[in-house]
Write a protein that binds this ligand. Structure first.
Ligand SMILES: C[S@@+](CC[C@H](N)C(=O)[O-])C[C@H]1O[C@@H](n2cnc3c(N)ncnc32)[C@H](O)[C@@H]1O
Length: 268
């Protein structure tokens, strides 16, 4: 087991109690989340069975269970998985969601051909070593015709480049350009994070047999979630930027930029 996996696990354990607040679910994050949810709702009908990879505190699992989906929600962090279990119990949705403390590197424990789709919201796959193996396992656990809907932290974030370059913080501005896992601070701990361009990420999943349905950026002009204080001061501007994002975020070239990207792929 890589020591980085344990550091990342400890970091997320340490924030699980507060993660539904400003750090993990502020208004900018909710914009990203809403678009991922719409993508899943359009990808497969209510009643279908989905794997939530890196479920965090279970916000999405609860949402999809309320919409009538069956969900298996997994997370590498025991504290996050425990939050999800509690959330689902309080909502009376335990019959629709099975929660397991399981890392993406442990997908071998799940049965083959068991999901109509897999979603992974807001970057769990950025924390996953050996992405090619994970892609192969996801292909195995999905039924033919299954959909993969993932939101992943991208490499080229216009706001981040401009914001930190304008302050002369070049290393911070270009941190995402590193080709390897980099230590990202969270609550005084470390999340080992690998940034991907959509092209790099897609190539890994294409090699595992997936085919792209569509790709769009999230946070092309809308600022990244850590600039939520700025967004709160300029709500009209953010709405205008969001409208432009929603119109242009799928265009070629532009879909390679953004704080995150949202990708739907098909397992033929
Ligand atoms: C940024 S949070 C997103 C959580 C959730 N998907 C959401 O939308 O709120 C990333 C989540 O990925 C989980 N994670 C990190 N590394 C993981 C791994 N190797 N396997 C599974 N989950 C992982 C973390 O514990 C954390 O809950």
């Amino acid at each position: 087991m890589l020591p980085q996996l344990h550091e990342t696990q400890r970091a997320f354990d340490s924030v699980a109690a507060d993660y539904d607040g400003p750090s993990g679910n502020n208004a900018l994050i909710q914009r990203f989340r809403a678009r991922m949810r719409s993508a899943v709702l359009e990808a497969a009908p209510s009643g279908s069975k989905w794997l939530d990879l890196g479920c965090g505190t279970g916000l999405d699992a609860e949402f999809f269970a309320q919409q009538g989906y069956q969900v298996v929600a997994i997370d590498w962090s025991p504290a996050m998985a425990a939050r999800t279990i509690r959330r689902l119990a309080e909502a009376g949705l335990t019959s629709r969601v099975e929660v397991r403390q399981l890392g993406a590197h442990e997908l071998g424990q799940l049965p083959s051909d068991s999901f109509d789709g897999v979603y992974s919201d807001l970057g769990p796959l950025n924390c996953t070593p050996r992405l090619a193996e994970v892609a192969g396992q996801l292909a195995r656990v999905m039924r033919p015709g299954g959909k993969l809907v993932v939101s992943v932290i991208g490499r080229l974030c216009p706001w981040e480049l401009a914001f930190f370059a304008a302050r002369g913080r070049w290393r911070r501005a270009t941190a995402r350009l590193t080709q390897d896992f980099v230590p990202v601070p969270l609550n005084g701990q470390t999340v080992w994070t690998r940034y991907y361009s959509p092209r790099e990420f897609e190539a890994v999943f294409s090699a595992a047999g997936f085919r792209r349905v569509w790709l769009r950026s999230l946070g092309l002009l809308v600022p990244p979630p850590y600039l939520s204080a700025f967004a709160e001061r300029h709500p009209r501007l953010i709405d205008q930027l969001q409208a432009i994002d929603d119109r242009c975020a799928g265009w070629p070239v532009l879909n390679q930029w953004g704080d995150h990207f949202l990708l739907e792929m098909l397992r033929p």
